[in-house]
Design a protein around this ligand. Structure first.
Ligand SMILES: *Cc1c(COP(=O)(O)O)cnc(C)c1O
Length: 391
C-alpha cells in the first residue's frame, strides 16, 4: 500500500529533543550507565498538594467534559496570577487553558498566522516554533544570534527583518535552549518595534519563575496599553510546578484572539483533562514554597556545569540567567553538533541535544535538570571525549 501523507505532515521531522531523550531512556532501560542531559523537564516531583488536589477531584468524580477553554475557577486563578505577578489585567474570557504550553503556542500560531504570513523567530529557538509556523502555512523568518551577544536579538535586527508580510514575532525569555534572559529594557525595546510596525508578539513566558543572578522578568505586555494589545502570553504548569506529564498550559490574549482560539480548541482537543485542571488551581492558589529550594538546587548545578564546561579545551559557555539549560559553543572541537552528540552518546554514554535542532550547529544544549552527581559524572565524560578527539 502506498500511503500518500498530506504535505503538511510529510515535511515534519519528529522532535529531536524527544528522540534523544527516548534513546537515552532506552539505553538506560537496557542496563547501560547513561547520563542524560537531554531532558527538557524538571527532575523534581510535582508538589504534593497539587497531586492531592487532582487525586481528590478524580475521587469525587470530576471526570467529565469541562468547558472547552477550561473551568472558570482555573481561568480566574490564572487571571489573578497575571494581576498579582505581572500587573496585567485579563478577564477570565481572555484566558484559555490548553493541553500544555506547547498546545497554547500551537493555538496562537494557528489562530493568527496563515499562507503569506511571516513569523519572526530568533535563533537559537525552541524547535517547535518554526514547525508550527510551517504547519499553519506561514513562513518562518529566522533572526540569527550568537553567544557573543548572549543570544539576544537587537531592536535594529528585528526592525530590519520586518516586511509587510510579518505577522508574529516570537519572544521566549527566559529562553529554551540558551537560558538567556532579556532585561526589562531590552524587552520593552523589542516590543516598541512590534508596536510601531503592527506586528503581534507571542511571548512564551513558561520559564518566568526560573531566574538566577538577580535576573528580572517583565512581560512585554506590561509596558503600555499598545504593548498589551499586541501581545499574547503563553505560559504553563510544566516547569515551575514540574507538571510536564499533566499536559496543562495557558495563554492570555486580547479578546478577539482569545475568542478565535476558544473556537479552534473546541473543534480540536476540547478541554484539557478535567482533574488536571483542579491540580492547576492548587498550583496557582497554593503554597509556592517548593520553588526556592528548586532554585537553590538549580543554581548550584548550573554553576558546577558551567565551570566544568569552560574547563574543557575547545568548549566555551556563557552562563545562563534562567530556565535550566546551558548552551556551550563546541566549534573549537572541530565537530558539528549532530556528530558530536551521536559520538558522545556512543562512546561515553552521555546524552546531549545537538544545537542544530535549535538552528545553531556550533552548540549543544545541556539540561541541568538532573542531579549534581550526574552533572559531575557527565561533565567528566564530556571532558574525556573532547580530549580524545585531539589525541
Ligand atoms: C517546556 C516548554 C513549553 C511548554 O511545555 P508543555 O509541556 O507543553 O507545557 C513551552 N515553551 C518552551 C520554550 C518550553 O521549553
Amino acid at each position: 500500500m502506498n500511503y500518500s501523507i498530506a504535505r503538511r505532515a510529510a515535511s515534519l521531522s519528529p522532535s529531536v529533543t524527544l528522540a534523544i531523550d527516548s534513546k537515552a531512556k532506552a539505553m538506560k532501560a537496557a542496563g547501560e550507565d547513561v547520563v542524560g542531559f537531554g531532558a527538557g523537564e524538571p527532575d523534581f516531583d510535582t508538589p504534593a498538594h497539587i497531586k492531592a488536589a487532582a487525586a481528590a477531584a478524580l475521587e469525587a468524580g470530576f471526570t467529565k467534559y469541562t468547558p472547552s477553554s477550561g473551568i472558570p475557577e482555573l481561568r480566574e486563578a490564572i487571571a489573578a496570577k497575571f494581576k498579582r505577578e505581572n500587573g496585567l489585567t485579563y478577564k477570565p474570557s481572555q484566558v484559555i487553558v490548553s493541553c500544555g504550553g506547547k498546545h497554547s503556542c500551537f493555538n496562537v500560531i494557528f489562530a493568527t498566522c496563515q499562507e503569506g504570513d511571516e513569523v519572526l523567530i530568533p535563533a537559537p529557538y525552541w524547535l517547535s516554533y518554526p514547525e508550527m509556523a510551517k504547519l499553519a502555512g506561514a513562513t518562518p523568518v529566522i533572526l540569527e544570534t550568537s553567544d557573543r551577544t548572549e543570544f539576544k536579538v537587537t531592536p535594529d535586527q528585528l526592525r530590519a527583518a520586518i516586511t509587510p508580510r510579518s505577522k508574529l514575532f516570537i519572544l521566549n525569555s527566559p529562553s529554551n535552549p540558551t537560558g538567556t534572559v532579556y532585561t526589562p529594557e531590552e524587552v520593552r525595546a523589542l516590543g516598541d518595534v512590534c508596536v510601531e510596525k503592527g506586528v503581534l508578539i507571542m511571548s512564551d513566558e513558561i520559564y518566568e519563575h526560573l531566574l538566577y543572578d538577580g535576573a528580572r522578568h517583565q512581560s512585554v505586555a506590561s509596558f503600555s496599553q499598545a504593548h498589551y494589545d499586541h501581545t499574547i502570553i503563553v505560559h504553563g504548569f510544566a516547569k515551575a510546578w514540574s507538571m510536564t506529564g499533566w499536559r496543562l498550559g495557558f495563554l492570555a490574549a486580547p479578546e478577539p484572539i482569545a475568542k478565535a482560539i476558544d473556537a479552534l480548541q473546541s473543534h480540536s482537543t476540547s478541554n484539557p483533562t478535567s482533574f488536571a485542571q483542579k491540580g492547576g488551581v492548587a498550583a496557582l492558589t497554593g503554597s509556592q514554597e517548593h520553588l526556592s529550594g528548586w532554585l537553590q538546587e538549580y543554581t548550584l548545578r548550573r554553576t558546577t556545569a558551567w565551570k566544568a564546561l569552560n574547563a574543557i579545551p575547545g568548549i566555551t559557555c556563557v552562563n545562563s540567567k534562567g530556565a535550566f539549560y546551558l548552551f556551550p559553543n563546541i566549534s573549537g572541537t572541530g565537530l558539528k553538533s549532530a556528530e558530536f552528540c551521536s559520538r558522545l552518546l556512543e562512546k561515553e554514554k552521555v546524552a546531549a541535544v545537538p544545537g542544530i535542532a535549535f538552528g545553531a550547529d556550533d552548540y549543544l544544549r545541556i539540561s541541568y535538570a538532573t542531579s549534581l552527581a550526574n552533572i559531575q559524572k557527565g561533565l567528566e565524560r564530556i571532558d574525556r571525549f573532547v580530549r580524545s578527539l585531539k589525541a
